[in-house]
Unconditional design. Structure first.
Length: 694
């Protein structure tokens, strides 16, 4: 449109000048018209190219969404952020950096690999896992430039680099001290502007290519002369003469040609360089040695860089890997509270601020999969199995709902993603298919129905039922094998947590689970960290211990309170030593600590020890009072756990209403990521009273 307006303006001006008797240079007007027509054509071609590439990206997005479950919003964000790089790489001046964060098994690496395949740029793709000891992929290297040099990605050309499992790489150790001597320090140069620092060793490498080859040529010529002459000085043999007559097409080996192209930054193809004679090669080398651009670092400014990792500091629930009974939807909702600021705060535990800045601001955060996504994955995998079986064995298989429920119960670990689930599908369904198919063939049938009943994987063929395999399922077996004494011990403990939770927070916990023979879980809401909230957390942590002592006596209390005491002590320590929520104002650091910010800490921690004990003791008294006032509720929850392994919030609300005077507020989804709803209410009350006083 801009070019069209300029052309219209030029023509209008010339016509106006003619009317006013002004002499117009017709050649100049024609030049402007030709130039404008050229620009219109060029812009039209560019617009067509952009349109086609955008359509291609839309197709890629649709294809990715068909393959991945529950990642539609992630895929949309990725496509949006790579659009400029894919459509017009020539305008990209520095690497496009996209960070992918999430727990294991949610599809970070697989999404990048499939995206590269869909964009048909696998020949320009490099995947690297960095560690402080070296790279775990692509051989052993000390610098990222070495890795890039040996890759298929050419400097100055678009390519895709995946820095995977970045959590294994760090420049700040666990104590907060800076790590100075580590490999791959040039990764920060690449992430900054895509250009590595100047290479002063380049000249030596080039001279080695030119002069080193001269020695070997001279050595080969001596050997040829010896072979060509006979003992009496007669003519060379027919074989030697034939070899001299033969004209060689390629004079440089592939490795040398590749090295020349990289070091000299040549535009020629590898095949053209391989055809250079030694004289031609040396001529080019000596000419290029005199130019400065040869010594400049390799330019990878047109890279698309994906940084992928699991940050346990941000995804704090990722440690709960043993919990197969947890509500996947609860973890999914919790992930909503993790944002860019959470990620940058977690990165601060591993990297310096100036290094975190080089990650950029494009942080795409994966949520854990919800229950609907897990079920959809099970359905998809079963459909794939059915299609494959029909295609290869001509047998149609129908899978009953009971099998899907069995797979979900034993295969879904919410914080571990899809890998355990695929393993369970393989062991609980696929491994039994050969026996079922053989049985169907023997019965001259091509239809099988698979179902699960009474701890057996069964099949129905021609109206007859067959027990294929006894399979209780690993997780089902653990749940069923909890003896009555262990179950009651765990139930009393968890009842204590649940009762205290309901009392101090005013609503039931999301769920309470007995998920193994030695563990149980009271799921919690993830609220803002305030003084009152931390005190309530301490109380809930102590609830299990005190309930066991009150109901079973101290001698029969289990040692499973270890993690609860750690949580309570950590919260009290943070309040007293870190947040000045006690009688001490200064920040207190432990005497053995070596953190880099200890210069702004008081190292005399002994006075705070007593304060922490006092705080924990006060909460113990508080918890004991709550539990003794709600003994019937503890018994009701314990009795319920004798029959089942999980109590949902709605059931807990009914129990509280029937067996206690605890007044509960209705639960809402907002509780999962609330920022202490009482803060606004308290502020408005304070504001009103203050303004009223004038």
């Amino acid at each position: 449109m801009y070019v069209y307006n300029r052309l219209y303006k030029d023509l209008s001006t010339s016509q106006s000048q003619r009317k006013n008797g002004v002499k117009v240079n017709s050649t100049l007007v024609m030049d402007k018209k030709i130039k404008s027509n050229f620009n219109i054509t060029a812009n039209s071609e560019l617009a067509k190219k952009i349109k086609l590439k955008r359509q291609k990206l839309k197709k890629v997005a649709k294809s990715l969404k068909r393959h991945f479950v529950g990642l539609d919003d992630i895929i949309d964000k990725v496509i949006k952020n790579i659009e400029a790089w894919y459509i017009m790489p020539e305008v990209v001046m520095r690497p496009v950096i996209v960070n992918l964060w999430g727990m294991t098994g949610v599809g970070k690496t697989d999404l990048v690999r499939r995206l590269v395949r869909e964009l048909k740029c696998s020949d320009r793709y490099l995947e690297v896992q960095l560690t402080n000891k070296g790279t775990v992929s692509g051989g052993y290297h000390d610098s990222l430039q070495e890795v890039m040099t040996t890759s298929a990605i050419e400097p100055g050309e678009p390519g895709v680099l995946l820095l995977d499992e970045i959590q294994r790489f760090r420049t700040i150790d666990e104590t907060g001290c800076e790590i100075h001597d580590y490999r791959f320090q040039d990764v920060w140069t690449l992430l900054s502007d895509g250009k590595f620092s100047s290479d002063s060793d380049c000249k030596d490498s080039l001279l080695e290519l030119a002069l080193g080859e001269k020695y070997w040529i001279d050595n080969r010529n001596d050997d040829d002369n010896e072979e060509d002459s006979t003992e009496n000085g007669s003519k060379p043999s027919a074989k030697a003469a034939k070899r001299k007559k033969r004209m060689r097409i390629y004079h440089q080996p592939y490795y040398t040609a590749r090295k020349l192209k990289r070091l000299l930054k040549l535009n020629e193809t590898l095949e053209e360089i391989m055809k250079w004679t030694e004289d031609k090669k040396n001529q080019v080398v000596y000419e290029r040695i005199k130019t400065q651009d040869v010594y400049e670092g390799a330019d990878y400014s047109k890279l698309l860089v994906f940084i992928s990792g699991n940050l346990d500091e941000a995804f704090d629930m990722s440690h709960d890997c043993q919990n197969a009974s947890a509500d996947a939807d609860l973890f999914h909702e919790h992930c909503k509270s993790i944002n860019v600021l959470s990620i940058k705060s977690s990165l601060r535990e591993r990297f310096k601020p100036e290094q975190i800045a080089r990650f950029g601001n494009t942080h795409i955060i994966y949520r854990s999969l919800n229950s609907a996504s897990f079920k959809k994955i099970i359905d998809r995998r079963i459909v794939e199995i059915q299609k494959n079986l029909l295609k290869r064995c001509w047998v149609s298989i129908s899978v009953d709902k009971s099998i899907k429920e069995f797979i979900y119960r034993n295969g879904v670990f919410p914080v571990q993603g899809v890998r355990p689930l695929f393993s369970t599908i393989s062991s609980s369904l696929e491994s039994y298919l050969p026996r079922m198919v053989l049985l169907a063939i023997e019965l001259n049938s091509n239809k099988i129905t698979v179902y699960y009943k009474d701890d057996y994987v069964c099949s129905e063929i021609d109206g007859k039922h067959y027990k294929i395999q006894y399979d209780k399922g690993d997780i089902d077996a653990i749940r069923k094998n909890i003896d009555i004494n262990t179950r009651i011990s765990l139930a009393v403990h968890e009842a204590g947590h649940a009762v205290v939770y309901a009392s101090v927070f005013g609503h039931a916990p999301p769920e309470v689970i007995l998920h193994s023979d030695t563990n149980a879980t009271t799921a919690s809401d993830f609220l803002a960290e305030t003084y009152g909230y931390e005190l309530n957390k301490i109380a809930v942590s102590l609830g299990g211990l005190m309930a066991s002592e009150i109901v079973l006596g101290k001698e029969l209390s289990t040692l499973g309170t270890y993690s609860d005491i750690i949580k309570a002590t950590r919260s009290a320590s943070m309040l007293i030593r870190e947040s000045a929520m006690g009688d001490f104002i200064s920040r207190r650091a432990l005497g053995h600590s070596q953190e880099s910010n200890d210069l702004i800490a008081n190292h005399d921690e002994s006075p705070t020890d007593e304060a922490i004990e006092v705080m924990l003791g006060e909460q113990k008294v508080r918890v004991t009072k709550i539990l003794k006032e709600n003994l019937q509720l503890i018994i009701a929850i314990t009795d319920t756990f004798i029959e089942c392994n999980k109590i949902k919030s709605t059931e807990l609300e009914k129990l509280c209403k029937s067996y206690s005077d605890i007044k509960l507020k209705p639960r809402t989804k907002a509780l999962v990521q609330s920022v202490s709803p009482e803060i606004y209410k308290e502020y408005m009350s304070f504001r009103k009273e203050t303004l009223k006083k004038g």
